[in-house]
Design a protein around this ligand. Sequence first.
Ligand code: FAD
Ligand code: SF4
Length: 497
Amino acid sequence: MHPEDFRAGDFGHGRNWPIGYQDLEPFYRAAERELGVAADVDEQREAVGLPFPAGYRYPTRAIPRTHLDTVIAGALDGRRVRERPGAAPTTLRVVTTPHARNGRPHQEPGPDGGPRPAAEDAVCRGHASCVPICPSGAKYTPLRTQARWASSVTLLTRAVVSRLRLDASGRVTGVEYLRHPADGSAAGSVPRTAEADLVVLAAHAIENAKLLLLSGAAGGSGQVGRNLMDHPVLLTWGLMPGQVGPYRGPGSTSGLEGFRFGPARARRAPFRIEIGNWGWTWALGPPDGRVAELLRTGGPDGRGLFGRELRRAAGDRIGREFAFQFEMEQDADPANRVTLDPAVRDPLGIPRPVLHYDLSDWVKRGIAAAKAVSDQLFALLGAEDRTGFAPGPGWPGRFEHEGRAYAYRAAGHGAGTHIMGDSPRTSVVDQWQRCWDHPNLYAVGCGSMPGVATSNPSLTMAALALRSAGRIHQDLLARHRPVPLRGPAALEGADHS
Ligand SMILES: Cc1cc2nc3c(=O)[nH]c(=O)nc-3n(C[C@H](O)[C@H](O)[C@H](O)COP(=O)(O)OP(=O)(O)OC[C@H]3O[C@@H](n4cnc5c(N)ncnc54)[C@H](O)[C@@H]3O)c2cc1C
Ligand code: SF4
């Protein structure tokens, strides 16, 4: 996130953070090392405005641009667009995106002795199957972190926490959990208890809120489960005039950053623009759908294409597919929330969460501005715009704004449901992600974020977690600090600390 993002509430929408960029900055760097982020510091500083400590560099070199990125940069860099008639023009520039994927190692050791070098065989090779799995091991995986755990750590798998245990003073004494056998025969299993001096909920935004609600915990502010945010995504897609080599590399390697910051945030939600390397997959599904269409009706006479003609048509069409993904900031709105279903339970007998979710007019204005920008980008690229939001089940997030139809997808970046703030009256956790109402309960993750800005959330989430880890460590030390005992033995000079 950018320093301005922590003060997003100053623009009149959403909330300010109780901490600033400078509080998180060292933890951003630690998270980048832990996750193994590939990026170019100079480019991020210059094009995004991120402040870095002197001499800083990312653990590995930036993931290279795809051919599509290069073609788009050639057509757009330095050109200007307006998000609406009369608005100040924005100059376009394609910028590579930082990733938690291994880029090529630096040739020289880093100023701090050299961050983790990526093994040559674990460098991103462009397989394009990042969701769900990376065959070359280039993508960050928690297994890397778990491999360093001490033998004192016990990992219990197939154990689903069903509620927190609280004592009369409000302290958490542990968690109840249900075993979930691999054969699915879990119904009716007896809850077990894990006792604890301190509990950290890290089950992500929906489940953390669900567990707090199920336990009647952290309810002082009335904000548990509220302020649910995501990055609503406007997708636009089309065909480039020539071959651009889609379906290679991570989903996106570059973007346009010019609509994320500045005074326009007061009028409409800011957005960043990802250049999508995976063709029309997100909008319409993988390419086999288009092949099926050519098989049915691809010929000039409306009949199907086969053999060499089919191969040529599919190659021409699919090789020109591209998409833009406009990721919008969403403001924290208490009406967007997670609640518990009073009737429907999961197979373990735990109530299902229910989500209430909508977009504010500020976000809708942002989407309208993004579409206006998209129209100009397509014109500058000479691309054929195939974007369409026909009513139907394919676009559950369809809406009309000032007479035009739009639709959005969810990025899957749930946040805000145990929101962080500087007062127990208006927030669930403090700046350390510690529940105001329970001194030994932490709820960590994107659920603590007071705002999602326009960047993908996991680096900020990881930085927050590392910052909280220091505080948790202090809490535990304070709880177990040796106390000198005074008694007859002490009077005799023996050390009974
Ligand atoms: C399709 C998709 C793409 C994404 N892409 C990006 C991206 O490019 N960049 C980015 O920054 N972010 C991205 N995100 C968001 C990112 O995945 C999350 O920010 C991140 O995973 C959150 O980490 P977490 O550890 O808090 O939660 P999770 O990764 O969700 O882990 C929570 C864990 O808790 C476990 N759990 C849940 N409930 C219980 C329970 N009751 N008892 C015991 N265990 C429980 C779950 O099984 C899970 O293992 C993406 C998300 C999606 C869905
Ligand atoms: S593109 Fe994705 S799946 Fe392929 S090597 Fe890179 S990170 Fe792994």
